[in-house]
Design a binder for this molecule. Structure first.
Ligand code: MG
Length: 437
């Protein structure tokens, strides 16, 4: 439910004879919207060619922050009287208000509730976690997903979905040079992430070669891990930098061998139906409890020697840790999903997904053909005169769901591991199907 308010403003401004000439920062655009809009002509005289009009847009997103943007437009073609402009502006504000009202049930903070309204739902109770000490890792809050607690790598795989080659010893996981990145099996979007890491001792190498690893949100956006204790490198590549984009506000590094923590709040980028960018990714990072990234806006994926723009991607993707050739250790990794937490989503190896590829007959009127491209399964439902395709998202190794429809496919593996049947859950019905191809 994201709409581009700026496009609407462009349309209205051009309709009243103004052409946008300057655009300020975009107000944060999200599913929970409450807008305040004001238009302010720069002169009280009737507008002439070259007259400038400003438009300020402010939203109030209590939990996603708030934003303020502006558009400045220059009057170009036909002069119109100021009253007509003001009338038109009032209509514009009214229309925006109506749009805003349309979303009022979603607006923050609680526009539909009275102050101190006792009927207002109270937040769920969460048991806070315990802090770590240098000797002992702490614990995450009760609603966090534990990604590593010192025991095993069951929540992790190599990037291709095969078992990870990092090692677990002394209740830590350690990067093995040349073994490749590891990633979570579960996919995440907006999240709060806690990671503890320690650079190797004795320190070896210089600059980017000393204690280098990285925490990649969605596998694309890196918070740099580096031994930056007395180790000089470029600012946007030191510990807790958003790599290649944002240096940390301060260097809060501890000496190598000591445990360090990252607490990361990540808001994923938003994309429209045509893949256009609606809102960039944002990140807040605390390094050892010190604020080092304050809700910064990313310009795109983080890369060495380049800044590429955002390219549309899924709303949830695995989190990954970098193998940069240094034996960096990790412990106590937990994550909390901040939105879209309803359904868990996983990315499994192609060899797992290939067990389900084939055609299944539900009845004479309906067949389901499952295919795979990379790590994405797709179900094509075919019935007389109708054919629809849906991407499938894994909620377990055998159960997959469709996001746009309340439907689920559960595969039944045969003796050889390949599925020989499935059950299609739709509208409260369970419709079994046998593989025919
Ligand atoms: Mg790195």
């Amino acid at each position: 439910m994201i709409y581009d308010l700026r496009s609407m403003i462009f349309h209205w401004l051009s309709a009243i004879g103004y052409w946008p000439t300057r655009v300020g920062p975009r107000p944060q655009c999200a599913s929970k919207i409450s807008w305040t809009i004001s238009m302010h002509p720069s002169t009280s005289a009737p507008p002439r060619r070259g007259t400038v009009i400003g438009c300020t847009v402010r939203n109030s997103l209590a939990w996603e922050g708030h934003g303020r943007g502006f558009i400045v437009a220059m009057h170009t073609p036909k002069p119109r009287s100021l009253p007509s402009v003001v009338t038109f502006a009032s209509k514009f504000v009214a229309a925006a208000w109506l749009l805003s009202a349309q979303f009022s049930s979603l607006a923050q903070p609680g526009a539909s509730w009275k102050t101190h309204d006792f009927r207002r739902p109270r937040p769920p109770v969460v048991q806070p976690g315990t802090p770590s000490t240098s000797e002992q890792p702490g614990k995450g809050p009760s609603d966090s997903i534990v990604l590593f607690d010192g025991k095993d790598l069951s929540q992790w795989s190599s990037l291709d979905g095969s078992p990870p080659k990092w090692i677990v010893r002394d209740a830590c996981m350690e990067c093995v040079k040349g073994s490749g990145y590891i990633r979570t099996l579960q996919n995440f979007g907006d999240c709060q992430l806690h990671v503890e890491w320690a650079a190797p001792v004795p320190a070896q190498g210089e600059g980017q070669g000393r204690g280098n690893s990285g925490v990649f949100l969605m596998g694309l956006y890196e918070v740099q891990v580096l031994d930056s204790y007395g180790n000089v490198t470029y600012a946007d590549g030191q510990a807790s930098a958003i790599y290649g984009q944002h240096p940390p506000l301060v260097n809060a590094s501890r000496p190598p061998g000591q445990w360090q923590s990252y607490d990361i709040i990540f808001m994923r980028p938003r994309f429209g139906e045509k893949g256009e960018l609606l809102a960039p990714a944002r990140m807040t990072v605390l390094h050892n409890g010190v604020l080092v990234q304050n809700n910064v806006t990313l310009s795109g994926p983080t890369e060495w020697m380049s800044r590429k723009p955002f390219l549309a991607h899924a709303s949830k993707l695995p989190l990954s840790l970098q193998d940069h050739g240094n034996p960096v250790r990790y412990r106590n990794i937990w994550i909390r999903e901040l939105s879209d937490a309803g359904s868990k989503e996983f990315t499994f190896a192609s060899s797992v997904l290939d067990r389900y590829v084939g055609t299944y007959r539900v009845d004479e009127g309906l067949t389901i053909t499952v295919s795979r491209v990379d790590s994405q399964l797709t179900a094509r439902l075919k019935s007389p005169g109708r054919e629809n395709s849906f991407p499938l998202f894994a909620e377990s190794q055998t159960a997959f769901f469709i996001k746009s429809v309340d439907a689920q496919i559960v595969f039944h593996p045969g003796a050889d591991g390949k599925a020989d049947a499935l059950v299609f859950h739709i509208g409260g019905e369970q419709r079994p199907a046998k593989r025919i191809q």
